[in-house]
Design a protein around this ligand. Structure first.
Ligand code: HEM
Length: 458
């Protein structure tokens, strides 16, 4: 159980367990499968008959792997095999030259200036969410993750393709995606275990089918957009921007098939993560109503419900700090895995070629030797010396270095904006007997969902 008054934290496993038991726990949930010592360790080694794995919490090692020598620590091919049915050759799983070319085309669409153009679509998704939730804001218990997934998917469709989630194809992608998550072992982070190369990769028939269905729907959207671009009638949104941006080196744009791979990852990475962060933020605000009142007061002071101003964003400072602190405690992507392409020497230990290097925002963000009061919810910490120092070297919800999330700026606009719009309209309350407990699926979710009750805010 979590400490009273502290945000929920999964229980740690006993210090010593058999490999078999560890494997079983790991598959169920990576977070509770770890021993408590990882919250204090600078590095930890796991040996199994199949692979060796090194978790690095030392900020210098994290910096080395992600920022100084990222090409020596690419994403593992085996992780890629796990995700390929859905993601094809998307930027999330490629390496080397292919990956570099894809980032050269994608990154300009997410640059600061473009965010201003994308902002009205985010705002409209937020206003639509307030209208939708108004119908159920009567104190009944609501599973809020389902709602935030809906909102975040709406944001992605509106910003990428200028269509709301009510659009038939957009709605079908969203629904199929839920089926895919239920059917797919890959959607459990534990399934990203680097199995030995001889081990057959198993994708159930249903997983392959739902992945095909999702890709067929995305192909429909992408091909239609390609036709609009060719006819000179395409809306000026993220899809058009990405599809008309040539690689500055080769001069070539994505073809339809390559764009389908990228849309699949934008949808997956862009809505699962934001939905996770938003639902934990609302849960924390329900746990700490004094912070909720501060976010509401700020939103009332600065949001003009009739007009959309991009400049409003910079005024939502409390909301931003709450969102940041939420992602410290519940980083939507709790762990990332890389592979050492050659032998390394980390903290006086040999790291053999092919070892898995695990970077864990989950542990780094709660590290007892780095953060003051690491398990407490304190959005004001980012104004302190410790908070500022940790923000620089022990905070990475979006990863770091060349493979940093291209959607980081987008997410840091979307999250605080949605939080403010929702809390401005509703009071969020905990539901008795429905305390949330984090588990790692593809992102950090509530073990039995995240339950809250909403009432209109006076
Ligand atoms: C709160 C929201 C988000 C969080 C916490 C988040 C976090 C991350 C993290 C940690 C990675 C690196 C994963 C790894 O290296 O293994 C990543 C990669 C990525 N994210 Fe995000 N993300 C968020 C939102 C978004 C959005 C809104 C988009 C796009 C619309 C997006 C698109 C991507 C893509 C394409 C990659 C792969 C980049 C590459 O490998 O070069 N993300 N994200």
């Amino acid at each position: 159980m979590s400490a009273p008054g502290k945000p929920p934290k999964p229980p740690a496993r006993p210090a010593k367990v058999s490999l078999l038991r560890y494997g079983r726990m790991f598959r169920r949930d990576i977070l509770s499968a770890q021993p408590a010592r990882l919250y204090r360790a600078w590095m930890a080694e796991f040996r199994t008959p199949f692979f060796r794995s090194f978790m690095c919490n030392d900020p210098k090692l994290v910096d080395l792997v992600l920022q100084q020598r990222p090409d020596d620590f690419p994403k593992s091919d085996r992780v890629r095999e796990g995700l390929a049915p859905l993601l094809g050759n998307s930027v999330f799983i490629t390496n080397g030259e292919t990956w570099k070319r894809q980032r050269r085309i994608i990154d300009p669409a997410f640059e600061g200036g473009r965010l201003r153009d994308t902002f009205p679509a985010m705002w409209e998704a937020g206003v639509a969410a307030v209208t939708r939730l108004g119908a159920v804001a009567d104190g009944r218990a609501l599973e809020i993750e389902a709602e935030t997934s809906h909102i975040a998917a709406d944001v992605i469709f509106r910003t990428l393709f200028s269509i709301p989630i009510e659009d038939e194809t957009a709605g079908a992608v969203f629904a199929k995606f839920r089926d895919h998550q239920r059917a797919s072992p890959v959607m459990n982070l534990g399934a990203l275990l680097p199995l030995p190369r001889w081990f057959p990769r198993f994708h159930s028939r249903q997983t392959r089918q739902t992945a095909r269905d999702i890709r067929a729907l995305i192909t429909e959207l992408t091909a239609a957009r390609m036709a609009e671009i060719e006819a000179g009638k395409a809306p000026d949104d993220l899809a058009t921007k990405i599809m008309t941006t040539p690689d500055p080196q080769s001069g070539k744009c994505f073809d339809t098939e390559e764009m389908v791979d990228q849309v699949a990852i934008f949808f997956l990475a862009g809505h699962e993560t934001s939905a996770s962060a938003l639902s934990w933020a609302l849960y924390l605000l329900a746990m700490f109503p004094e912070w909720q009142d501060r976010v509401a007061a700020e939103a009332k002071a600065h949001i003009d419900p009739e007009k959309i101003y991009f400049s409003t964003l910079s005024k939502l400072k409390t909301s931003r700090d709450v969102f940041r602190e939420t992602m410290r405690l519940y980083p939507p992507v709790p762990m990332m895995v890389r592979e050492a392409v050659k032998c390394e020497h980390f903290r006086d230990r040999d790291v053999p070629q092919g070892s898995q290097i695990v970077l864990s925002p989950w542990h780094l963000h709660r590290h007892e030797r780095l953060w003051q009061n690491p398990d407490a919810f304190d959005p004001a910490r980012f104004g302190t010396e410790n908070g500022k120092a940790c923000l620089r070297n022990a905070y990475m919800p979006f990863s770091r270095g060349q493979r940093v999330c291209p959607g980081a700026g987008f997410a840091m606009a979307e999250g605080p904006l949605l939080l403010s719009l929702l809390v401005r309209a509703f009071r969020f309350e905990l539901v008795k007997g429905r305390e949330a407990m984090p588990v790692a699926h593809l992102t950090v979710r509530g073990k039995d969902g995240i339950w809250l009750a909403l009432r209109p805010r006076a």
